[in-house]
Structures are given as C-alpha cells and as structure tokens.
Design a binder for this molecule. Sequence first.
Ligand SMILES: C[S@@+](CC[C@H](N)C(=O)[O-])C[C@H]1O[C@@H](n2cnc3c(N)ncnc32)[C@H](O)[C@@H]1O
Length: 312
Amino acid sequence: MTMESKRLGLEKLYKDNFQPEEYLTTYYRNLDPEVEFFLRNLHHFFFVSNGGEESSATTSDFEGLEKQVEREVDEDEKVAKKNEKKTKEKRRVLEIGSGPVPVSMISASSWSEWIVCSDFLEQNRQNIKHWLTMMTAATPAPGRHEVETWLPFFQYVAELERAESETILLDRVRHSVRAVVPCNVLLTDPLMDNKDTACNADGHSSYDVIITTLCLEFATLTVEEYSTAVANVTRLLRPAGFLVVQGALGNSHYWHNNHEFPSVVLNRAIVESALADAGCQTVEWKELARCCPQQEKPADHSAVFYCLARKI
Ligand SMILES: C[S@@+](CC[C@H](N)C(=O)[O-])C[C@H]1O[C@@H](n2cnc3c(N)ncnc32)[C@H](O)[C@@H]1O
C-alpha cells in the first residue's frame, strides 16, 4: 500500500468510525490521573503566566522560564516581550485537534478571551459547538449541574485556581471560545481557508499560544509525518509564541468503537527533534508514567507527556 492510500485510509477510519459520545464514555468517564496531569500543566502554563497564584513550588519553575527568556533577549524577543503585555482580549490561543473535549480551554480562558478550537472531524466540531451553546450564564442555576458532564474537570481546575466556583470557569470558557473550525495538520496551512474566521481581531493570523493534546501522534502514520505535522502547526504560531504539545509516549494504537486507531510511537527524542526541525526550542518537558489500567483506557501508552516549546 502506498503512503497516500494509507493516509486516505486513516482519514476514512476517523470520518466513518470516530464517535464523539462513545469516545467520551471510554476515555473521559472519570477525571483520571493522566487527564489531571494534562490539566495541571495547562493550569501552570496559563494561570501562572497570567500572574495568578500557585500553591506548589512550580511557581518558581515559571519564574525561571521567564528569567531564561529575558537572558536571551534579542530584537525578536523584544517584540515578543511587548506582545506578552497584550491584554487578555488581544491574546490569541488556538487548540489543534480538540476532539469533542472542551477541557484544555479551561486554563487557556484565564489568559485569553479569544480561543479558537479546531478539529479534523465535523462530528467533533458539532459536539463542541453543542456544548458551548448548551448552557449559558443566562440559564437558571438549578439544572445546570445535572446536565454538565464536565463538572469534575472544571471543579479540578477551579480548585487549582482557587476560584469561587466551577460555574465561573464554565462561563469563562463559553465566553472565550470564538470559533470552532476545521483543521488538518497534514496540510501546509492546517486551518485552510478558515484562517480568516480564526484570524486575530487585530488583523494578524498567527497565534500567541497553540495547544494540542493527544492529536499529532494520532493524526499521523510515521515519524516523518509527525514532524511535518509539527512544522505545519508551528507555522500558525507568531515568532516567540509558545507551543504546548501534550500526548502519549510509546503508544502504537487505541481502541475505539470496535476499531483499532493507529498512533506514531513517540519518545522524547522524536518530539524534541520534530520541534527543533520546526524552528522551536524546547523550554520544559514533563512526563507521567501510565497510571490507568488497560481495561479503563484501551490504549498501549507507557506514559503521557507535556512539552512546552517556543518558536525561535
Ligand atoms: C485521540 S483524539 C484526541 C482528542 C482530544 N484532543 C483529547 O485530548 O482527547 C485525536 C483527535 O485528532 C483528530 N485528528 C485526526 N486526524 C487529524 C488531522 N489530520 N488533523 C487534525 N486533527 C486530526 C481527531 O479528529 C481527534 O479529535
């Protein structure tokens, strides 16, 4: 089989067999330690960078990052520094491959009021759009909790932020997500002609921060394709912008809807090398050894990772 037919086969597998509700029932039934890891890292990146308080020692990690960045100041960095002083309304965040999952945006919405979600599949985009419009602040309080399946996830981040309630965060996400658009990380321009929809209000189409969780290794079939996808996504980032890549290590496949979905088997060297080739510098790497049994998560990953990189 040629690479092209394998690629078309993967696209067809997703289009025909990825079912948002079933995916959520299998992989997001509970708030497990691996999802907590992802949420904690995003909280640390967005909330701490936003000047929020952090109870753990990780605050100093971020201060260290800022100092390191200051030491490396050159002309591009000076522009970047100016951008960092942008207000919440002007900062732009893009999530690549959101799937039917609205939780990566919780912490992003503490930092930016302009978040764009994207996914390859229409059914996933519809699922997110439905969730975004399902309940608004105008909806009377009784009843909100009953229908809100994502509450434990919002409660977890609310505790990290020491927010008064998770409802504030639910409303904040719904207020901050401005568009849900198609994307294909294998295209040179992953947002295609939706760039304009997703483009910044100030006329720039590049993002300050791009986040992607459990997407790139599942959207690609080889290490080379993974690197291409990282490069394509990086093209949407402004110079000195941050790319947050989270995913699975040592994973070759996951089971969903009675189908086996393939994955590129990643390790730290592959991820960092793809980022370097795309013109990014790795700033921080964290990983967590697998803690969910196979029956709970039918995938063969050995660990999950968080990688923060900066476009040079
Ligand atoms: C394992 S799911 C992860 C979803 C979600 N980010 C999460 O954390 O659970 C993989 C996601 O990658 C998306 N995807 C597959 N091929 C893609 C492509 N070529 N470009 C962009 N996204 C793609 C799928 O639609 C799906 O939402």
